[in-house]
Design a protein around this ligand. Structure first.
Ligand code: KMH
Ligand code: ZN
Length: 308
């Protein structure tokens, strides 16, 4: 039987700002509703960040996470993946708290430090809705999203102590080598679950060649012992996810990575983006993995063992 394709949906993230779209989920209610909708449309996993409900600023408040995670946990079977990336402006300490508290089945871990550039987004914004937005984007020019080996070691330990599977966010080829270091150290239980990220400024850019290069590098480093997914920022999202699916990978879509569902057409819901991806898969005779199949493929501990 052909393996299924995991569609992960990243609901809101910390890249985009409310001034870029009226549809960005911000409040816990909106985030929960969007995550549940994405699951109904075919997502096996939802990747969750929190935002200040009044201003939309990225936030790691445990009360906010609790509110939307609990609702998703109660109303849907979808696998919840909690961020430890938070926002590039947050310290690693701040970013680790939600995994300790909620013991999710899945959480992201960022596999290297980068100058995560968001300042270029300012060129397109005519008017800012909130005070923090402009400063947030501007600051990214001179800010390191810090994920040192010391930080990664601490995050891996927290994940292991809480039975959480790491989703390994690799923004560049070097991050695959960092992953190989941790695999050799024995801190990652099989299967290795890689998220290949293309198109973040400060890291590898989106192209067919670069996705093939990353995949070939992963093959050289991990042989057949890994499962992978791709995400591409902005307008490259659907094209490179389609290529990833053809190459045997899984895919991530959603408003964290891209705000448009078609040329010049803002996505109104995350579900729309999942639906589009599921339609493309269908045309390729591929099938989205259900939450149950996602758990089986990634060998997750089960939602009954979380603390939402
Ligand atoms: N923002 C994405 C490019 C995280 O939350 O840990 C990667 C991400 C990081 O989702
Ligand atoms: Zn994220």
């Amino acid at each position: 039987m052909d393996p299924k394709v995991i569609i992960s949906c990243a609901i809101t993230g910390a890249i985009h700002i409310p001034s870029m779209t009226p549809y960005l989920p911000i409040t816990p209610k909106q985030i929960a509703r969007e995550a549940i909708g994405a699951a109904k449309s075919g997502a096996g996993s939802v990747h969750l960040h929190a935002r200040d409900p009044k201003t939309g600023e990225p936030n790691m408040d445990l009360g906010l996470f609790q509110e939307f995670c609990q609702e998703v946990h109660q109303k849907s079977d979808v696998v919840i993946c909690i961020t430890t990336g938070g926002a590039p402006t947050m310290s690693p300490e701040e970013r680790m708290v939600a995994v300790k508290k909620f013991k999710p089945e899945l959480a992201s871990i960022n596999m290297g430090s980068i100058n995560f550039g968001l300042f270029q987004l300012m060129d397109k914004i005519k008017e800012y809705k909130y005070d923090w937005e402009r400063k947030y984007l501007e600051r990214s020019k001179d800010n390191i999203f810090k994920n040192t080996f010391f930080d990664m070691e601490r995050i891996f330990k927290i994940m292991r102590d809480n039975g959480t599977k790491p989703e390994l966010e690799c923004y560049d080829v070097g991050h695959l080598y960092n992953t190989a270091y941790w695999v050799d150290k024995g801190v990652i239980d099989p299967p290795i679950w890689l998220q290949l990220i293309l198109g973040i400024m400060g890291a590898i850019q989106p192209s067919v060649e670069n996705l093939v290069f990353m995949k070939n590098t992963a093959d050289r480093l991990f042989g057949r012992d890994y499962i992978w997914s791709a995400l591409a920022a902005g307008r490259h999202e659907f094209n490179l996810c389609t290529l990833a699916a053809i190459m045997g990978g899984s895919v991530r879509v959603g408003m964290e990575d891209n705000l448009y569902v078609g040329k010049g057409r803002l996505a109104e819901t995350n579900a729309e983006m999942v639906e589009k991806m599921a339609r493309i898969l269908k045309e390729l005779d591929l099938e989205p993995a259900s939450p149950h199949e996602t758990r089986h493929m990634l060998k997750l501990k089960g939602k009954e063992n979380t603390n939402f």
